[in-house]
Ligand binder design. Structure first.
Ligand SMILES: [Zn+2]
Length: 425
């Protein structure tokens, strides 16, 4: 076994993924939940999600992979290695989408993993570690909130029993949906060993495209915090209430939105503040607004800066509500600390990109990913490729075929390098 292992990197050197099959897989699976505008609506554990999962299992079986499902419906395809005592190298992402999602977010990472296994099989490539592809259940959080539930349970961030009880809008629980689709698997979620995890994904932002780089070597995920702000003023007649006597909740909300943006700008280019949702009551054109509920989302790669933005917002928001004579409550509903990916895995990706002469740059992910949770339990790295206009969570999401193929070949190369250099005794 060890003897084989030492000769393998040379033998495996000239392997490439089958570009045509990968592109066909992307367009074939886009039919499951395909929308008229060329996107995908494939909510987690829906009928369409079951179709694509069944498809993935069949493809795995064609490649003589062992297919296993865990108790959160996470789906693993295993290409066996020479040494069963070694934990597998795992690639993957998610096949669920937003209601008006695109064809690449998540899907690319799973299908590129499949393409890697296809290349290994076609070349009768022998690896020391088993190589696996995983499809994580409900990454998007569009049907069951929060996002990344199943990689979260897998990584010990969420409790499985609590996750099972989470319901969609029609009061269907995750557990019911898992049972209904036949994806309530027998393996306890989290008991599946992982030596290292590599996730390939579209950038979902404009940086790579702007800089004409093919590859983003993702070094980590920025810190994120989310808040619900409730503002209470007084509903009053728009024609008879003098401006000076108003307690206008909408006015407070407007000031707070500008304030959040100012605070982010003062904290440098990487700071972000977003008010993405607002509900104003009673919601009538001739009534001064009495109640507002709004969200705030703060992000920065450095948790200390997120902390400082939060403190500044709290302080200055208080004086806004004083001036507008409204009452305000700020509740933090989500805190996701920044993540630094494993240095060895990140270097592997960077070195392979360099050797393959792919243009690349280091990048920090602005969005959350399953990899952010996996990083808590195993060495993890991510690879980004550009997407047109940085557009994602949109039916118009697009990635260029040459970037798709380059990213998948980089994933293959990274996996082969990891296999050759990890766990040598
Ligand atoms: Zn995704």
């Amino acid at each position: 076994m060890t003897k084989n292992a030492t000769t393998m990197p040379e033998e495996n050197k000239e392997i490439h993924i089958d570009a045509a099959s990968l592109l066909t897989d992307l367009s074939e699976t886009a039919r499951f939940g395909g929308t008229q505008k060329g996107g995908i609506c494939r909510l987690a554990l829906s009928k369409e999600d079951k179709q694509v999962r069944d498809w993935l299992s069949r493809e795995g079986e064609k490649l003589l992979c062992t297919v296993s499902i865990d108790s959160m419906g996470n789906q693993f395809l295993r290409y066996p290695g020479l040494d069963d005592s070694l934990p597998p190298l795992v690639m993957g992402s998610h096949l669920d989408t937003q209601p008006t999602g695109g064809k690449y977010d998540g899907i690319y990472g799973v299908l590129a993993g499949l393409a890697v296994i296809r290349a290994l099989r076609a070349n009768e490539c022998k690896t020391r570690h088993a190589i696996e592809v995983v499809n994580w259940t409900n990454e998007e959080g569009a049907r069951f909130s929060p996002a990344m539930i199943s990689s979260g349970v897998f990584s010990g961030v969420f409790d499985q029993q609590a996750a099972y009880k989470i319901c969609d809008r029609n009061n269907v629980s995750i557990k019911d949906a898992l049972e209904e689709t036949g994806y309530l698997g027998p393996i306890p979620c989290g008991q599946h060993p992982v030596r290292a995890y590599f996730e390939l994904h579209i950038e979902q932002g404009p940086v790579l495209e702007n800089e004409k780089k093919t590859i983003g070597v993702v070094t980590g995920v920025q810190g994120m915090r989310r808040y619900i702000i409730s503002i209470r003023g007084q509903a009053a007649h728009a024609g008879t209430t003098p401006m000076a006597l108003r307690r206008d909740a909408m006015l407070t909300a407007a000031h707070l939105t500008v304030l959040a943006t100012d605070i982010a700008r003062k904290h440098g280019d990487e700071a972000k503040a977003t008010v993405g949702e607002i509900t104003a009551l009673p919601g009538s054109s001739n009534v001064v607004c009495g109640d507002v509920t709004m969200t705030l989302d703060l992000r920065h790669p450095d948790d200390k800066i997120v902390e400082s933005m939060e403190a500044a917002f709290h302080q200055q928001a208080a004086s806004v509500s004083e001036i507008t004579k409204t009452q305000m409550q700020i509740e933090r509903t989500w805190n996701s600390p920044s993540v630094q990916f494993d240095e060895e895995c990140v270097s592997l990706v960077r070195n392979c990109a360099e050797e393959m002469q792919l243009t690349h740059r280091d990048i920090i992910s602005g969005a959350g990913h399953d990899a952010a949770y996996l990083a808590r339990i195993c060495p993890t790295a991510m690879i980004f490729i550009p997407c047109r206009d940085g557009l994602s969570h949109n039916e118009a999401e697009h990635a260029e075929p040459e970037d798709i193929v380059a990213g998948a070949n980089l994933l293959l190369e990274t996996i082969l390098k990891a296999d050759a250099c990890f766990d040598l005794t």
